[in-house]
Design a protein around this ligand. Sequence first.
Ligand code: F6R
Length: 613
Amino acid sequence: MCGIVGYVGKDQAAPILLEGLTKLEYRGYDSAGIAVRDGKNAPVTVKEKGRIADLKDKIGPVESIVGTCGIGHTRWATHGAPSETNAHPHHSDDDAVIGVHNGIIENYEEIRDKLKRNGYRFYSQTDTECIIKLVDYYYKKYGEGPLRAISRAILRVRGSYALCLMFADYPGEIFCARNGSPMIIGKNGKDAFIASDVPAILNHTRKVYYIDNMEMARLKEGSIEFYNIDCEPLVKTLTEITWDAEAAERGGFEHFMMKEIHEQPKAVEDTIHSVTDDKDKIDLSSTGLTAEDIKAIDNILIIGCGSAYHVGMVAQYVFEDMTGIPVRVEVASEFRYRRSPIAPNTLAIIISQSGETADSLEALRKCKAAGVKTLAIVNVIGSSIAREADYVFYTLAGPEIAVATTKAYSTQLVANDLLAIEFARVRGNLTKKQAAALVKELKTLPDKIQRILDDKERIQWFASKFANANDIFFIGRGLDFATCMEGSLKMKETSYVHSEAYAAGELKHGTISLIEDGILVIGVCTQSEVIEKTISNMVEVKSRGGYLMGLTTAGNYNMEDIANFCVFIPKTDEHFTTSLAVIPLQLMGYYVSLARGVDVDKPRNLAKSVTVE
Ligand code: F6R
């Protein structure tokens, strides 16, 4: 999410910053900005909403910005809509401190209140402005210099971030710090470069230092110094980057899809943390939903396309089970043209990663025209669906580049879980304690997803055996059926292998006639209430020649007697198993695609954002 570039040295900074930002545009592209200093003069700052090209247009001839020290940023909005005002760099009231920031400051509201009590005013909705002004506050209050001010601020904020700052009193110097978000320092002779990702500086140097969490750096022409949080100097060794430029943009992964699969623990964690506190209490105020709104709901209507619709299928089970509210799930393209009644007091939930999908947007408008309230679960801030809905729950997946969704899907799942838990608590279906226990369990998902990812080679081995398959079937019941729908879509869209997902009990009503020797059937079995039933269906398939993969929860080891290949996922509350069971299926799709030589990030005929009907 977002990209940072910095430069100090003998050359003009602006062209280097703009070139670096262009390389990082895939990290965020709703606004961008640079600030460049020429000696002791105040920095020249230019910011613009939109792409780097828009920023370049605004700047005009790059020679117009003079100075050999500067910082730049390309933004993927998290706090505050994409706009010139919310674009980075941000500055303190008197420009004493100016800076850019990646990541999320979780306690920014608390910091903003503290600073307001100390006379600070705020011009943007960003968490970045809060941290810049917090550094400014400590800088002025204690007069101990930039490093101490930064370390005091770091100790005060919660969250993951990378920070890059210039101080009016220190011309020709850049200070940076990080915790959680990536940041590297490049060196080429006396020139120093800062980047959130390698591609930004690869044209200038391959020699980099890595800053670790809670560490700081001080850069000027001919000098790069590192410090720990106590401002004690650190010695670091230069590392040589051997990646080619294109691979570097993918962070060392072969494809964006794999990179995004691996970003899921972080994306899920960020999304959960965006509406929960340390005591596992949910606060939906950022969505605009109040307890009165929640109590007034008689029905829920969930609408989406493709994977977003599959999230809706999961959400239906979870909402109905936790809240008792009847839930209907609709494919947007079908819903918008059907004359189906929408009952009063319905909450329509529109799920969309891009927030621009034409059918989902029209479905939202249809719900609004019917006079019911609408809640958008969207990943892109300021997108059309987000703007038109009454309430918005932003998922924090960050930019998703691969056409097949993985991390956005996972964040949509937990967003729905959090809504269902809070609805159930507000309406008295769950006690505070029960709701907190469920949130606590949700917070274990990132680690559990990581554990599944750590074992991915097993899936790769198995997937390679089925690279020549013509058909693959996915069967499951209840929530597992919803997981099958997503697993099957991942398989067909990324590998071009025909696949179908079936409610396991439906097989024998016709489709079982397709089962013949060697056909791979993946049985998803995580729901204790129906596991025996699905296993019976798997046995039926096996006796007709099907080759079985069993995907189940640790402990269900009898699966090994039935399936030819088993994958066990860690235990969790059964409402949340989809978040884990989908991971091996994403990996299956990816690896089968790889083995078949398909362009997995850009499968044929597909587009990332479907803005036409
Ligand atoms: C599948 C996939 C699509 C999208 C669908 C909706 O991997 O990505 O099925 O889920 O096109 O897109 P959004 O969520 O942007 O509305």
